[in-house]
Design a protein around this ligand. Structure first.
Ligand code: SF4
Length: 362
């Protein structure tokens, strides 16, 4: 196998035609960085409209750094992975503070910014600054494992390092950015996870995985742990034309507004008691329905309940919001169904008093 043959063949294939994606028309480091963060675990086609809207709203690092956090989170609604949006803004603030608002043209400096790992640092360095750095994401890892018929289980630091070194040796010094894009394109459209299109592939003749007939089995991955299931009672607590939301303090979805919830409890009296412990006196009204949200490692099975409060009690990290406010706040996709129920209910509840909905037991 000759590294030069691989690199030239992949570049020639890329030059002959590739998907037209908006971030491929720019060398602006900020725009490339934003695209790379959005592309993590999300298909390019899905990212396009988010990317364009985000950059209209935050055209510069400074604009992003100065924006209220809630607005930035809101702009990611539907894409998920809010911690990435939070890191993006934190990094933007560091770039303004430490580098005068321009991303540093240095792999290590990029790597030290919040939310920027080896892959993103390599991608931004090579595409925006022409630095011959390797950018290894899942797509590239797959191409390299197959091309060199690497049968080791991927995911360990040693194997990751080895794959990065293999990739690094392939990066051409004259066109590192084009090569990074070409490799991503190879992984996304040619050397796909299932049914790689080997017969059309520009490196077929020197691909060890193809020659040995093992390509579709690679890369070898460690067995996934079973996803944990959490049963949550999601509480829609209304007072007149408002509903209670609280800012999550846990790491998962931290800082985002959700509805109060209780783990492994569905008895109406106990749900009221759990709210009373927060200082909110409620009467149970009705069961709204079930929703499920699947995270990478966790499943939320959610039963949504409606309760009516007897006043707008002050709640730590909580806010009583109107229908319009609920619509404009960044709520995670996990509680999308619950929000929909709340919105429906608020439509009918405007200015009605609690006496219309439930009686309070003494
Ligand atoms: Fe991937 Fe097949 Fe091309 Fe090898 S020949 S790089 S396995 S698509």
């Amino acid at each position: 196998m000759n590294d030069q043959i691989f690199t030239q063949a992949v570049l020639a294939w890329y030059d002959a035609g590739h998907r037209d994606l908006p971030w491929r028309h720019t060398k602006d480091a900020y725009r490339i960085w934003v695209s790379e963060i959005m592309l993590q675990q999300t298909r390019a086609e899905t990212v396009v409209s988010y990317y364009e809207r985000f950059l209209e709203r935050y055209p510069t690092v400074q604009a992003l750094a100065q924006a209220p956090e809630e607005d930035v989170l809101k702009s990611r609604e539907g894409l998920g992975y809010y911690s990435r949006a939070r890191s993006l803004q934190k990094a933007a603030r560091n770039i303004v503070r430490d580098y005068g608002g321009a991303l540093p043209a240095d792999v290590h400096a990029l790597r030290s910014l919040p939310g920027i790992g080896d892959y993103t640092a390599g991608a931004v360095a090579s595409i925006a600054f022409g630095i011959p750095a390797a950018a290894v994401d899942g797509n590239v890892e797959r191409v390299i494992c197959r091309y060199f018929a690497i049968g080791d289980t991927v995911g360990t630091p040693a194997v990751r390092r080895m794959i990065t070194e293999r990739t690094q040796a392939l990066v051409p010094h004259d066109r590192p950015g084009a090569f990074a894009n070409a490799m991503m394109e190879m992984g996304a459209t040619m050397c796909t996870p299932k049914n790689p299109k080997c017969l059309l592939c520009p490196v077929r003749e020197s691909c060890a995985g193809f020659m040995q007939g093992v390509a579709p089995e690679l890369p070898r991955k460690a067995k996934k742990k079973a996803q944990r299931v959490e049963n949550r009672a999601v509480l829609l607590v209304f007072y007149k034309d408002r509903v209670l939301i609280t800012k999550r303090q846990e790491k998962l979805l931290g800082g985002l507004f959700v509805f109060p919830d209780v783990l492994e409890e569905h008895d109406p009296a106990k749900l009221c008691a759990s709210l009373e412990a927060l200082g909110i006196r409620t009467a149970y009204d009705e069961y709204a329905g079930h929703a499920r949200h699947i995270f990478t490692h966790l499943i939320w099975e959610m039963d949504v309940h409606v309760l009516i409060a007897d006043e707008m009690a002050e709640v730590k990290n909580g806010q009583w919001v109107t229908r319009d406010e609920l619509e404009s706040l960044p709520l995670p996709t996990a509680v999308k169904a619950a929000r929909q129920w709340a919105m429906e209910r608020l439509k009918n509840m405007k200015n009605e008093g609690i006496e219309h909905h439930a009686a309070f037991a003494e």
